[in-house]
Design a protein around this ligand. Structure first.
Ligand code: PRF
Length: 373
């Protein structure tokens, strides 16, 4: 039997936590940022480069991979780690969120969701059981239950219905995960807290999930249209209701500021398309804040994005050159800016981990916010 999935808390500083997850594919230092590799690729990056920046885990998407190239095909080819040449930890999302945002003609019932592919219009059924089965075929180390994430603002009764459905789907997902032998292979299944912007529903969801034997717990249903202060207020009530001895993952968040503020509220894991997508749209994240390279004011600027960075993309290319590449639509623009952005995100995580270990997270938070301003 493989060593089981584990999580250890190494240090606390206020609500902020420094920890370590161990999976069959290695160690994950937390707080962790997980670059998004939806289609079995972190767009515009080589896997080795993603690793070198300090990523211990990348995210893959059940929805995309089941449609293309197909989960059974990836399984025949040796699983997702082999397929994409990423021998480290992989986390997969369950598909519910992507079905709701991307698929056509969706129909949600107690049983699951039926939908048509956004690629070729083919019809599919996604149930909690099928989602776990697909994640098992992919061989991901950290799997997510199928849930329903509802867009905000929404009436309380709709938020509550989605939250209760997600709890029933949590039970079914767990049963399937056990049937398929996930724990014996050292894999993890996380339950997902829902409850929109309603504090008592968030707490009820976190407590009910906490009584089910998940290896970790996600916070879903945030960063879906609500203002940042609402998202942070939801974390203020949710994380204290979550188990202390299990990892906490805030799904699909966020900007560097969102991440800093969420770590301050006890979150351990993050994923977001922000650094990769922004990189393909001419936007750079640096320790001095966000820079829009499309802007003409960079056309004659010989300075790099950050001369003190240890990322070659941020250090060795002028803003004028990056501006030119972006304007010319060159592939190298996406490569250099994605590299810059992921380097900054991983640096921020590394600095937060050190600050928590050394008991100076509050100072770090204040100083970092100042540098961004
Ligand atoms: N559920 C799932 N994946 C997600 C979300 C969710 O609520 C979000 C919300 N920010 C991003 N990704 N399964």
């Amino acid at each position: 039997m493989t060593a089981p999935f584990s999580f250890r808390l190494l240090a606390n500083d206020g609500m902020a936590r420094r920890g370590e997850i161990v999976t069959p594919h290695g160690r994950v230092a937390t707080p962790a940022f997980m670059p998004v590799g939806t289609q079995a690729t972190v767009k515009a990056m080589y896997p080795g480069q993603v690793r070198e920046l300090g990523a211990d885990v990348v995210l893959g998407n059940t929805y995309h991979l089941m449609l293309r190239p197909g989960a059974e095909r990836i399984a025949r080819l040796g699983g997702l780690h082999t397929f994409m040449n990423w021998p480290h930890t992989i986390l997969t999302d369950s598909g519910g969120f992507q079905v709701m945002s991307l698929a056509q003609l969706r129909k949600l019932t107690e049983e699951g969701v039926t939908f048509q592919s956004h690629i070729d219009g083919s019809r599919h059924v996604m149930t909690p059981e099928r989602s776990v089965e697909i994640q098992q075929l992919l061989g991901s180390d950290i799997q997510m239950q199928l849930d329903e994430c509802i867009a905000l603002p929404a009436p309380r009764e709709d938020v509550e219905r989605a939250m209760r459905l997600s709890l029933r789907w949590a039970e079914r997902s767990r049963a399937q995960f056990e049937t398929m032998g996930g724990p014996g292979r050292g894999q993890a299944l996380y339950g997902i807290v829902q409850g929109g912007d309603v504090p008592d529903l968030r707490i009820a969801s976190a407590q009910a999930l906490g009584e089910m034997p998940f290896e970790g717990y996600s916070v879903g249903g945030l960063a879906v249209g609500e203002p940042q202060d609402v998202m942070l207020a939801m974390l203020d009530v949710t994380t204290p209701a979550m188990p202390v001895d299990k990892p906490r993952y805030l799904m699909g968040v966020g900007t560097p500021e969102d991440i800093l503020e969420s770590v301050a509220r006890g979150i351990d894991q993050f994923d977001c398309v922000m650094p990769t997508r922004a990189g393909r749209h001419g936007l750079a994240y640096t320790r001095y804040g966000k820079v829009n390279l499309k802007n003409a004011r960079h056309a004659d600027d010989p300075r790099p994005l950050d001369e003190a960075s240890d990322c070659p993309a941020a250090r060795d290319y002028s803003r004028a050159y990056l501006h030119h590449l972006v304007k010319a639509g060159e592939g190298l623009a996406a490569m250099l800016l994605t590299w810059t952005n992921l380097a900054y995100y991983q640096t921020l995580m590394r600095e937060m981990r050190a600050a928590i270990e050394e008991g100076r997270f509050e100072d770090f938070r204040a100083k970092t916010r100042e540098d961004w301003a």
